[in-house]
Design a protein around this ligand. Structure first.
Ligand SMILES: *Cc1c(COP(=O)(O)O)cnc(C)c1O
Length: 424
């Protein structure tokens, strides 16, 4: 039991980790000269060292070529977004034409709702999870109102059915069958941001479609965390951001997926010139001819500087491979779980499902004894260079990220909690 808590044990796990070299590819924030045990890659991923060169390349091109930069070199701005397409498609398990990097997450959600939330009097409702990320709920509620419907009846929220705040597939299935005939849309997260619960996307898409609804996913906490098979999961659309597990920097350009079956859709959409077929975009004609596939939802020429770091990050995902990352992630989070089980149970309750198939890397930990104790532990950890994040009223989220966290980081967390539990 105490073996788990030894430096030698953590060091052996790190030495046996085939991905250990990737930590050196990131800038690690320091505290008192020592790298933080950084467990908030679910909030803002660390900076890949390669990001700077990509940003500087853009600045240099701008300085030396100005407008010509749109049309010169391998990284010409005209189709800069295409540089990340194949890498993104592999990370989310999609065909290249099904994905696009554009805008930010909530903007993409609205743009895709314009096309994929088409409420009618008979089918006005959206099914979502209770306790969804506020931005998603605000977006959905405003869309319901925008179409002249009433969120009180037409936003249907599925409540957690377990004491730890998780939602069973059976509860989702019950809600879909209960409300099926009224559902225009099911919008579900890949990984729940608060509990860390991962969902069976393929099954949710199947249930939603069987009820006659459109199905969309918010993958903010799933992309770069779990291997995804978006095409096969059969969602109609999905959205995500790139500043969490994708390490592309604060406010990085986000991502969107539109299933290939909608590549030539006649659904309405909000259009802009960057969604126009590039072959004739610069003819500047009055009529909008959408690019087939996800590209057709673009509005503007993208912010190149906010897209550049994603190239560095995707190169790392490419080299490491999602399946190897996931294998390490299960070991790393499994080690955290084992340490909690063996030594930290009196202080912490794990809210995230135990089954690795139902979680990504994050564990959500309720601090026993209420908010004040929770805050005290959180501050104790921060003072020791162990950074998680705080969710009211008493939850600390810890996300060991396989690209840059180590087993030694996880041990540091466990030791700091033990030290606090013994002293308090
Ligand atoms: C992080 C996150 C967001 C953030 O939205 P932005 O538009 O990127 O600011 C939205 N939804 C979910 C579920 C998130 O986890």
């Amino acid at each position: 039991m105490t073996e788990l808590l030894s430096d030698a044990h953590a060091a052996a796990l790190d030495a046996a980790d085939p991905l250990r070299g990737f930590r050196d590819e990131f800038h690690l924030p320091l505290q008192a000269g020592m790298p933080l045990a950084y467990f908030v890659g679910n909030s803002l991923g660390l900076q890949p060292k390669g990001a700077r060169a990509h940003v500087e390349q853009v600045l240099e091109k701008w300085a030396t070529e100005a407008v010509e930069g749109h049309f010169t070199g391998e990284a010409q701005w005209m189709d800069y977004h295409a540089l990340v397409r194949d890498g993104l498609a592999r990370v989310v398990g999609a065909q290249p034409s099904e994905v696009v990097a554009m805008n930010s997450l909530t903007v993409n959600l609205h743009l895709l709702l314009v096309s994929f939330y088409r409420p009618t009097r008979e089918r006005p409702a959206i099914l979502l999870e209770a306790g969804s990320f506020p931005s998603d709920r605000y977006a959905l509620e405003s869309q319901v109102r925008f179409h002249g419907f009433d969120p009180a009846t037409d936003l249907i929220e599925v409540e957690p059915d377990a004491e730890d705040g998780t939602v069973s597939l059976a509860a989702i299935e019950r809600a879909i069958s209960l409300h099926g005939p009224r559902l225009a849309l099911v919008l579900w997260p890949g990984v729940q941001y608060r509990t860390g619960q991962a969902f069976d996307l393929k099954e949710i898409a199947r249930l939603g479609h069987a009820a006659g609804a459109v199905v969309g996913f918010d993958l903010a906490h799933a992309v770069g965390n779990l291997p995804l098979q978006l095409h096969d999961a059969d969602a109609d659309f999905a959205v995500w951001c790139h500043y969490k597990y994708m390490n592309a920097g604060p406010g990085a350009v986000a991502g969107a997926f539109v299933h290939a079956r909608h590549a030539h859709t006649n659904r309405p959409r909000f259009a802009g010139w960057w969604g126009h077929d590039p072959a004739t975009r610069f003819a500047m004609g009055p009529q909008f001819l959408p690019t087939p596939g996800a590209d057709g939802w673009q509005l503007s020429n993208p912010p190149i500087l906010a897209l550049a770091p994603l190239r560095a990050s995707l190169a790392l995902f490419e080299r490491a491979g999602m399946h190897a990352l996931r294998a390490k992630s299960e070991r790393l989070t499994g080690y955290l779980q084992a340490l909690i089980d063996a030594h930290l149970g009196p202080a912490l309750q794990v809210l995230t499902p135990r089954d690795p198939a139902q979680r990504g890397c994050q564990l959500s930990l309720r601090v026993r004894g209420g908010r004040a104790r929770g805050r005290a532990l959180f501050e104790h950890l921060a003072a020791r260079g162990v950074l998680g994040d705080w969710r009211e009223p008493d939850v600390i989220r810890i996300a060991p990220v396989p690209l840059y966290n180590t087993f030694a980081d996880v041990l540091r967390f466990a030791r700091a909690v033990r030290e606090w539990a013994h002293a308090s």
